[in-house]
Design a protein around this ligand. Sequence first.
Ligand SMILES: Cc1cc2nc3c(=O)[nH]c(=O)nc-3n(C[C@H](O)[C@H](O)[C@H](O)COP(=O)(O)OP(=O)(O)OC[C@H]3O[C@@H](n4cnc5c(N)ncnc54)[C@H](O)[C@@H]3O)c2cc1C
Length: 390
Amino acid sequence: MKYDVVIIGGGVVGSSIAYFLSANPDFSGSIAVIERDPYYTASSSSLSTSAIRQQFGTPPNIAMSKFSMEFLRNVGTRLAIGDEPADIGLHQPGYLVLATPERADAQRAKNRVQRSMGVDIELIEQSDLARRLPWLNTEDLALGSFGVGSEGWFDGPGLMQAFRRKARAQKVDYIAATVTGLAMASSHRVGEVVLDNGERLVAGTVINAAGPWSAGIARMASVEVPVVPSKRCVFVFETPARIENCPFVFDTSGFWLRPEGQLFLCGIPPLRENDPDDFGLDVDYELFDDLIWPALAHRVPGFEQLRMLRAWAGLYEYNTFDHSGIIGRHPEVSNFVLATGFSGHGMMHAAATGSGVSDLIAYGEYRSIDLSAFRYERIASGQPIEEHVY
Ligand SMILES: Cc1cc2nc3c(=O)[nH]c(=O)nc-3n(C[C@H](O)[C@H](O)[C@H](O)COP(=O)(O)OP(=O)(O)OC[C@H]3O[C@@H](n4cnc5c(N)ncnc54)[C@H](O)[C@@H]3O)c2cc1C
């Protein structure tokens, strides 16, 4: 079998690329997506908490969020199948990023970058914060950075499935198989994608959208990418406390929380010594008991009475170089395209990635959004995108 484009990984990133490329009237080639797990049991996209923020500190990531939010607002029609609109349940109550006096200047500097990009993020000083959000303990805070109307969360697995459905309706082949190797046509070109069912797909271009598994796929082409799996645990709790229009909250202690119906979700990055770069999905319950629960009760006193109901774990495709996406053609293996390393932003940035990568394939350049800042070459030249990681 022969395809112009073979995408490895049919999660939200691979399926977004498949959708945008197959929707592009200037591209008439054939596209296959190879996905080994049609039920997406371990895929990041099905275990994601799927929030979107504009509050980044660098223009390339802010541009990704602006583009993707615009797409998500119009997803009903963009990903409709016939008369049936897509529905991803987009909520936009905003992100509230809290800052201590020590972090306040850094937050103000980020705010200047956000405003220069036309993103309306409000800085709320402590006294105002206490008045406007009486449920929040503000005693150790200097300010909160709040973006209503362009930040929130959505049904991420629903977005992935909507991209997939639409791509299939646009004649993309989804093949349920595992990629076991890449046969090189020369040291500069991948020739074939080798599958566990014995098939070999001749490929014009190969796209690595294998999420936490993408370093293994890259190695099949003798390419190193600094992406490791990094486990993130999500805890679901109930509480008698009611908070009207509760935003997504990033606390100074590192925990995040957001409502989900009548319940709440929360999590915290693991301590480095408890983050072993493997693919295990066991929940680390002590994170909740030791770190989250005391910090939650401090920040939202009404949460002193809460009951943790359940939890799950998923993997970030964590870019150890600079925690931002690695997107674009590999400089030496010219028909090998990377779309990985999003480090907790892959769901929110999937639409921008799909559109940009589709341009790159169809036109050889970025047109809808410039993603050149995310190029692989920045790693070798030691030029990180300086983004604070949450
Ligand atoms: C708990 C959690 C919370 C998150 N919260 C957010 C958030 O709030 N906002 C946000 O933007 N992002 C968030 N993320 C990150 C986001 O979910 C990911 O960045 C995104 O889903 C990555 O999508 P992907 O398609 O690259 O990877 P995946 O969804 O993992 O897809 C990769 C696919 O490749 C397939 N694959 C791998 N190897 C092979 C092979 N050899 N052959 C065939 N197929 C293969 C896998 O089966 C998988 O389905 C979160 C992630 C987690 C785990």
